[in-house]
Design a protein around this ligand. Sequence first.
Ligand code: SAH
Length: 239
Amino acid sequence: MWVRSLYVVRMGLISFLFAHPSQAADEETYRQARAAMVSQQIEARGVRDAAVLRAMRKVPRHLYVPQDSRDVAYRDTPLPIGRGQTISQPYIVALMTELVRPTPSDRSLEVGTGSGYQAAVLAEIVEHVYTIELEEELAASAGRVLAQQGYDNVTVRAGDGYVGWSEVAPFDIIVVTAAPDHIPQPLIDQLKPGGRMVVPVGPVFATQQLRLLEKDASGKLSSQDVTPVRFVPLRRKEN
Ligand code: SAH
């Protein structure tokens, strides 16, 4: 009996010693990959906002990609996430987040939840993120990861983001991560005076322009094209 329980304790100790260091080593490897991603891909290209850099260093991007892509999660590229959709290149996520100048009191809308990664990055900085995804399956899996990661300031909904989210509008920030061929009027209407919206506008499966729209205190819009980008198209719900 005594020998047996000692054996059990020893086996427990052995599995503890073997399981935990490797898990910790994985986490450390991912943390280093993330630090390299931020300095080489993001800071090197001119993103300076300290809160954005902090969020990009913190959010475990490998948990937002399919399991078999975890080892390539920190590469300088978009990746497939299922349903023909992609998680954006890390730099583009950082750039879009910086462009909308997020602050802790902001209420944000994201159109195109996808993996949930952009929502997590934004949720590190702002008060609340409302995010809409057309594909129910992606909305469900993103909602699961975001909940597991403890984000109680993100609300995910399956639906057509073209029409925005009138029940919780207006927004200080709107981030559109699928490309429409024109700016949806409902999104313009749901932007607060003083609000910022970033959206890739242009033709389907061709180069689009990443556009920053700002609404001044009097409600007047100004717009600036920042850089050419390629996003999956914004689709409309068929019904
Ligand atoms: N922000 C995402 C990137 C998603 S790719 C991330 O961080 O992973 C763009 C997403 O927009 C796709 O998942 C696509 O299904 C979704 N989408 C396309 N049209 C949409 C629409 N009208 N409303 C909501 N989501 C839409």
